[in-house]
Design a protein around this ligand. Structure first.
Ligand SMILES: *Cc1c(COP(=O)(O)O)cnc(C)c1O
Length: 236
């Protein structure tokens, strides 16, 4: 089941990319496995998944330990990280999609230095204005300049490397509803790139089970897909 789901999603990504003239190889699929047991994670890795995304540090550490490092899979943290979990993130994850504060960034920088490797990060941006969402407040374009002092400080931290932006649109059953939020994230990325051209800003982590095809049309480079591959999540 997971195997077939994974292959079908890969096929849909490839078809959509080609249909909009993009290189499918430039789009990375992060399989989101929160709430699913180790066996399910192993199934999707066996099916070919190379990047696994988890939301909760404790849950992820158990799975990372169980899967072991014989499997060449990247573990990406995609959920909100409390500052006191920063060390664990640096030690066990190869990528953070959900950097949402300077305070967290400073701690990640410190622990990454202690670990001796640089952590790639994406800035989570709240482009909808929903209060439940983490991330930098970016729903009003006229206030984007107010984000620059934070960004400048982030870029100055030597042991984290900003690679781009991440967002989560408001929940909707209608994929098309996500499009404007994806467009705002792309525009915000250009805004940052104009101000800080020495940084790549190449990654846009956006698009989930319901709307990943729309996100490909709008320039996503990383998709975070859970349910469509892993099936429904058991209640937490
Ligand atoms: C759970 C989650 C996903 C995956 O959601 P699906 O709808 O199951 O594909 C993606 N991104 C984040 C941040 C999540 O928490």
């Amino acid at each position: 089941m997971i195997n077939q789901n994974y292959k079908r999603v890969i096929e849909r990504i490839n078809q959509k990319a080609v249909s909009v003239g993009r290189d499918p190889g430039a789009i990375k699929l992060v399989v989101v496995t929160k709430g699913h047991p180790v066996e399910a994670v192993e199934s999707v890795i066996a099916a070919g998944a190379t990047i696994v995304g988890e939301n909760y540090v404790e849950e992820a550490l158990t799975k990372i330990g169980a899967v072991g490092d014989t499997t060449p899979v990247e573990w990406h943290m995609i959920g909100h990280v409390q500052s006191r979990k920063a060390r664990a993130v640096c030690e066990s994850f190869s990528y953070l999609h959900s950097l949402d504060s300077l305070k967290l960034a400073r701690r990640l920088d410190r622990f990454s230095r202690e670990n001796g490797h640089i952590l790639p990060v994406l800035l989570e941006c709240n482009v909808s204005g929903e209060e439940s969402k983490h991330g930098w407040a970016a729903w009003q374009e006229e206030k984007w300049p107010e984000l620059l002092p934070d960004v400048e400080q982030l870029l100055a931290l030597p042991n984290i490397q900003v690679k781009g932006l991440m967002t989560m649109p408001p929940y909707s059953e209608t994929p098309e509803h996500s499009r404007p939020y994806f467009q705002v994230l792309m525009a915000l990325s250009s805004f940052f790139a104009d101000h800080y051209p020495q940084t790549d800003w190449e990654e846009l982590s956006m698009g989930m089970s319901t709307d990943f095809e729309i996100s490909i049309e709008e320039g996503a480079t990383m998709l975070r897909v859970g349910t469509e591959i892993m099936g429904p999540r058991p209640p937490r």
